[in-house]
Design a binder for this molecule. Structure first.
Ligand code: PAJ
Length: 288
């Protein structure tokens, strides 16, 4: 498997055909491949996926691509943080061997007209608030899977619905890839790490803590015997509103289908999407 020495500069590839050549050679040599798809602006959440991929595979590929098709017209595509130099330093420190950082026109050439549309778990919540988002995610992830042909691909539970959408796509399209879902990495005060946290002003940052507080409150109330979803959602919403967050949704859902539950009588996922000024944050926790 991997050598313990990690601080070697990774090889950076910008062109899709070059990635294919490297991957084909690695496969011929019998190496296993792990892929970590990202949009860059890397933090410890991303790096935990790299660590997992390194542990399980001979070759770890990290893709860095701010995918335009998953952003809505009024979203933050233009302002999304692009920090390639520091991303590369972080990845060198974690032993990623190969970085795939394509230009937009390489992933979406002239006349690009094919998209992957997942229904089921993609329809509600983020799917409802961000029309077209999961279509963009599924399309780019399938393209990355085709280019990198990984044995395993690594995603974070932080984006819970995204992980269900990817799993659905992999099952439905018979892709020979194991999808590994890794735990959410958090700041000391509970805030889930996110590339978008850097948008928060010093005044907003402490208020963002209310999101994980709200999730923890739900878990505690369920442990203490509250089972009624409407009551739990109201209590969770109070915590968020007290910190002056604007709610897109606070949901309690079946962890596999994301259908709303009315009574928490088994494993249930609590999901929040809320806005703090111009910043939209999501988080979740499996409770019950
Ligand atoms: P991005 O937001 O850069 O996230 C890349 C991966 O890191 C995702 O699988 C995400 O769930 C995971 N991640 C983010 N924050 C995390 C945290 N705090 N703890 C653990 N994992 C975390 O998600 C995307 O990019 C894109 O949609 C992508 C899949 C790359 C397709 O463009």
């Amino acid at each position: 498997m991997n050598s313990p020495h990690t601080d070697v500069a990774p090889r950076i590839i910008h062109a899709a055909d070059e990635l294919r050549r490297v991957v084909t050679a690695a496969r011929r040599a019998g190496k296993t491949i792990g892929l970590v798809p990202t949009m860059g602006a890397l933090h410890e959440g991303h790096l935990s996926l790299v660590d997992a991929a390194r542990r399980d595979n001979d070759l770890t590929i990290v893709s860095i691509f701010v995918n335009p098709t998953q952003f809505g017209p009024n979203e933050d595509f233009a302002n999304y943080p692009r920090t390639l130099e520091s991303d590369l330093d972080l990845l060198a420190g974690r032993g990623a061997q190969l970085i795939f950082a394509p230009r937009t026109d390489q992933m979406y050439g002239p006349g690009h007209a094919t998209h992957v549309e997942v229904d089921g778990p993609a329809l509600r919540l983020e799917g409802a608030f961000r029309p077209g988002h999961f279509r963009g995610v599924a399309t780019i992830v399938l393209k990355l899977f085709n280019l990198a042909s990984p044995d395993r691909a690594y995603f974070g539970r932080k984006d819970y619905q995204q992980s269900l959408v990817i799993r659905r796509m992999v099952a439905d399209l018979d892709l020979p890839i194991h999808v590994e879902i890794c735990p959410t990495v958090r700041e000391a005060d509970g805030l889930a790490l996110s590339s978008r946290n850097r948008y928060l002003s010093p005044e907003e940052r402490p208020r963002a803590r209310s999101i994980s507080e709200s999730l923890r409150l739900a878990a505690r109330l369920v442990e203490q015997g509250t089972r009624d979803a409407a009551t739990l959602i109201a209590r969770m919403s109070d915590v968020l509103r007290a910190a002056d967050l604007k709610l897109d949704y606070v949901a309690l859902a079946d962890p596999d289908t994301l259908e709303d539950v009315s009574v928490v009588d088994g494993p249930t996922v609590a999901l929040i999407a809320a806005r703090l000024g111009k910043t939209r944050l999501i988080d979740n926790e499996v409770i019950g």
